[in-house]
Design a protein around this ligand. Structure first.
Ligand code: MSP
Length: 655
């Protein structure tokens, strides 16, 4: 193979390397899983793949965390490596190399990189005075922060919002400013450098606003790679860490030039939206200074959030991937993260949504379909499904839908829009379900054997396509599914073959254990309350029978939503309030209610509530009440307002 075709046929994918201050959480799993899916997808397309991940072990943040834990930094980072590697193995993250920035090869290569740039004049020594955010390991200028300075503390970090601290030290600078034009030219020539595109615009405006030289050494931090010939300085953690992408494949290591040239430049670098500047500005500038090509694409993903906040170690709202693995297994969680976390935006994680997705998409839509088809065939003694020769119109329509799915799925996967790819694929799964149900093969078997065999064969072909396409996301489950169809998974050019297939496969069906178990619903405090209520109801004496009403009775009542505009006490009454209620187009009404002991006027004014609008007006202490407010009364007689889940126009009728 020539060098060019070798390099065209390779795929080098990287993840950010993780700060080792704790064990991995769902956010770190997500970044790494994206890379695994990209790697597997490219393997399916017949590419030679190298998948790199690892840990970022130097710097102030790690050193401080180690100190708090009463350990040396090295002892501290060593204590987490096993947790990372175990979690990645459990989740079938099939990386080729796990780099640690404390690896001696990396340390030496970074020192060599620094020596080379110092010699070239791209790094010079001076003095830095400014602000530093330890959590983000970033220098922050005054102009970047909107928070005014106070009490000698630094401005808030524009990325994480934490207070920065003052830094004034001798430092080595990298001449970032001299790469401003080259960077802008590069972005203009490579509009697809960053996915999603909007992120590129942010980067361009940042660079256009003017680049200052970047401090790339620290003297007040000792946990880092010593500067060559100047041991008072250690490399700034980002200058150290970014280089992992090249040192891991042999950069700066004698004898590894060929290896390096066979992988670099990276084809896809995955990163979260919080670290775009480092990867889209500093990293390309470092590479330009070193005379190396730039990565082909950066994939920037959003954050996984819990209760609307970024899931992060410092906020303490992290989900442990191992807990999820123990309860749901690796591949259902992989599917959920790829299907429900929209790569381009932030997404909320909830256990309920995870369980719901596993039940509906995996257990019901896919697992049941396979099971029903194989069981039906088995029941009628059909375990061998020969090539089907002449397809009916309905089966041909399903085959067309299958081909369209393959093409659209491929496009989404190429664009790294994994959530869209899976949504498209599941649309097809639903079409196969609809086809199977509409055909009612269980009715055909006695009188039209050929039609029965066609349905089984068409379903097998469809499921085979689904298994191959979904393999990057759920490799073992999809291999099991193929096994149940009598096929084995082979890697080479498999997608191309799938595209060329004309549905002339032969299948040998085999019953397999349930592919996806429905999760036992999580017992939350809410469900516990419901259970307690059910138990109480079971023990309670039977309530007197409530007479049935017909719908006409219900429709006689006009229940309207209105806003309480005014509320005042009725003189000579210790119970009554007089309220003015706005029913929009149905006008303003005066409504009296005996709720003074239960609410203050402030608790009522401005709120929407539900009222019986057509109750016959009646006089109370000389005042007319033109309706009735609905309230919920508990066993102790405590009242709660009834309202609607979100604001609706005043006068909206309940039906
Ligand atoms: N060490 C640096 C990266 C250096 S790469 C040369 C770093 N580490 S990190 O551990 O803080 O974050 C690593 C990655 O995990 C980032 O891409 C970050 O966006 C991602 N995630 C951390 N929390 C996340 C979520 N809650 N959701 C999704 N990804 C998030 O930055």
């Amino acid at each position: 193979m020539s060098n060019t075709s070798m390099s065209e046929n390779k795929f080098y994918v990287t993840t950010p390397i993780y700060y080792v201050t704790a064990k991995p959480h769902l956010g770190s799993l997500y970044s790494t899983l994206l890379a695994d899916v990209a790697a597997r997808w490219n393997k399916l397309r017949g590419k030679r793949v190298f998948f790199l991940t690892g840990t970022d072990e130097h710097g102030q943040k790690v050193a401080q965390a180690a100190e708090q834990a009463g350990k040396t930094p090295k002892e501290f980072v060593d204590s987490f490596i096993d947790a990372y590697q175990t979690a990645w193995h459990k989740y079938e993250l099939d990386y080729d190399y796990f780099i640690r920035t404390t690896d001696p090869e990396h340390v030496k290569a970074v020192q060599q990189w620094l020596t080379q740039l110092i010699a070239k004049g791209d790094i010079y020594k001076s003095h830095y005075t400014g602000w530093y955010c330890t959590s983000c390991e970033t220098f922050v200028s005054d102009k970047e922060s909107e928070t005014p300075l106070s009490n000698g503390q630094g401005p808030a970090c524009p990325s994480c919002g934490r207070v920065t601290h003052a830094v004034s030290e001798e430092t080595y600078f990298f001449k970032l400013s001299s790469y401003q034009d080259a960077l802008l030219k590069f972005y203009a020539q490579h509009p697809d450098f960053i996915t999603p595109k909007e992120r590129l615009n942010e980067v361009i405006s940042f660079v256009q606003s003017g680049l200052k030289d970047l401090s790339i050494s620290r003297t007040t931090v000792t946990w880092g790679i010593p500067f060559p010939n100047d041991a008072a300085h250690v490399a700034y953690v980002w200058a150290d860490a970014l280089n992992n992408y090249i040192t891991a494949i042999g950069y700066g290591q004698p004898g590894k030039e060929e290896l390096f040239n066979s992988w670099w430049p990276a084809d896809l670098q995955i990163l979260g939206k919080d670290i775009v500047r480092f990867h889209a500005v500093y990293w390309p500038a470092f590479l330009m200074a070193s005379g190396l090509s730039l990565p082909k694409k950066l994939l920037v993903h959003g954050w996984i959030k819990m209760d609307k906040q970024k899931m992060s170690k410092s906020l303490g709202n992290v989900v442990d991937p191992i807990d999820l693995y123990n309860k749901y297994g690796a591949e259902p969680v992989r599917y959920y993260l790829m299907r429900k976390m929209s790569i381009t935006h932030d997404s909320d994680f909830t256990i309920q949504d995870l369980e719901q997705t596993i039940t509906s998409d995996l257990a019901n839509d896919l697992g049941n379909l396979l099971n029903r088809m194989v069981s039906l065939a088995d029941k009628h003694g059909v375990m061998e499904v020969p090539q089907h020769k002449i397809w009916s119109e309905t089966a041909l329509a399903l085959r067309d839908e299958c081909f369209n799915t393959i093409q659209e799925y491929e496009q989404f996967m190429q664009d790294c829009l994994y959530h869209m790819a899976l949504a498209r694929l599941w649309k097809f799964v639903n079409s196969v379900n609809a086809y199977f149900h509409a055909a009612q093969p269980w009715k055909m078997v006695g009188n039209d054997r050929d039609a029965f065999m066609e349905v089984i064969s068409a379903t097998c072909h469809s499921l085979r396509a689904v298994a191959i396409l979904a393999w990057p996301v759920m490799p073992h489950k999809m291999e099991e599914m193929l096994g149940s169809l009598g096929h084995t998974f082979t890697m080479q050019d498999i997608i191309e073959n799938l595209e060329l297939e004309i549905w002339n496969e032969h299948f040998m069906l085999k019953k397999i254990p349930t592919l996806f178990e429905k999760p036992e619903p999580e017992i939350t405090s809410v469900t516990q309350e419901v259970l307690a209520a059910l138990e109480a109801a079971a023990e309670a004496p039977a309530t007197p029978a409530v007479p049935d009403v017909v719908i006409d009775d219900v429709m006689k009542m006009h229940l309207l939503v209105g806003t309480i505009e005014q509320c005042e006490e009725v003189p000579k009454s210790d119970k009554l309030y007089k309220m003015q209620v706005n029913f929009g187009a149905s006008g303003m009404r005066q409504i009296l209610s005996g709720i003074r002991k239960h609410f203050t006027p402030d608790e009522l004014i401005g709120k929407q509530a539900v009222f019986v609008f057509n109750l016959k007006p009646r006089m109370m202490l000389g005042l007319e009440s033109q309706g009735m407010m609905l309230l919920a009364e508990d066993a102790e007689g405590k009242l709660t307002m009834t309202t609607v889940a979100r604001a609706v126009p005043n006068g909206t009728r309940l039906r």
